[in-house]
Design a protein around this ligand. Sequence first.
Ligand code: SF4
Length: 414
Amino acid sequence: MNQAEIDSMARQFQQQGHEVVHDPTQAEQFIVNTCTVTHEASKTSRKLIRELHRANPHAQTTVTGCYAQVAPDDVMKLPGVVRVVDNTGKDNIVQTITGVTVKDFDHEPIARDTTIPGRTRAFVKVQDGCDNACTFCITTVARGAGRSRTIDEVVAEIRQLHQMGYQETVLTGVHLGSYGRDLGQNLKQLVQTILQQTEIPRLRLSSLEPWDLTEDFFELWQNPRLCPHLHLPLQSGCDTTLKRMRRNTTQDEFTALVATARAHIPNLLITTDVIAGFPGETDEEFAISCAFIEQMAFSGMHIFRYSKRAGTPAARMKGQVPEAIKKQRSKVLHRMAAHMQQRAANLFKGQALSVLWEHVTGATQDGFINVGYTDNYLRVWALHPRVLTNHITQATLGEYDPDKNQIQAYPIIE
Ligand code: SF4
């Protein structure tokens, strides 16, 4: 989501004739789009702001995003910071900095700009805010109530991205599954319209809360341009923990959802998020959670050690789990995640899948090292005499490298 916002800011700067540089010493302006989803994320945001100032004390730093929203005074005191923009002002940040109105989107200046590497996959923010109240989440405070962009606006942006050369767009939102509720529409209508009215070769959905999806939603995958990958954040596989988290799902509901999705979508892979050490999580609850996660056969898992966010109900709950136990549980989950990735890779070994090649990481005597993702989101690499960047090809999957979490692939090019 933050990435989608950054991409759009970069495009607007370029539209006004500015250059986006990757070396901080060459910059005149920095924009830091902060996160505060965990304690660690806020720390990382502060660290980055300090590092940028050290690298270039002459540049001005504008800070926006959720950490800036919840702690603007702390942010303003950081070195180099000249401006803090809250989340409501984020969409106009370029205009705030340059003083020049952002005109309708014009892709020409960007099409000529060769400094942006690998224009292959673009994130498109379609929705912001959330109306749920998960007890660990500060996002509802930081991002406010749910609001959506219109279908026409999103379709126009995706058409332009496709003209610029992007082969894949990823729809993002704080609570993507609630898309359109404020407009009397829904995510299914949005996806259907994008598939009908654009020619973008690949469309991917980012994180979807499990309680938002109905059986008819999966009919969308009859169109093979919609990538067979779902990210369904579970957070815990134990019903009592889920209840304390105020997540609107249970083991039974989640199991039914996963079964329906797998029945409708060929080659589907599902990834998830899990929190280790949520307040009150006993050894028994953790064991139940792990067994359920195993049963769901995910292909990957993001693991977060629970960290208290002031202003959330979970921060005030009894039974805060000691740091050492959180660490231990996180280790167990990481081992499970490694096993899941291996299992998913084995499942497709010898099969041909569609790959969007995203960039080249080097070259050997035998060719370029091309890296990309399958439609169901397995990371692959291939030695090939050509640079395949931004091409979609079929590729046969081979050996999995657990250290790099990537699979060797053999492109099929006729
Ligand atoms: S669904 Fe829950 S975790 Fe996700 S943004 Fe909303 S409140 Fe936060």
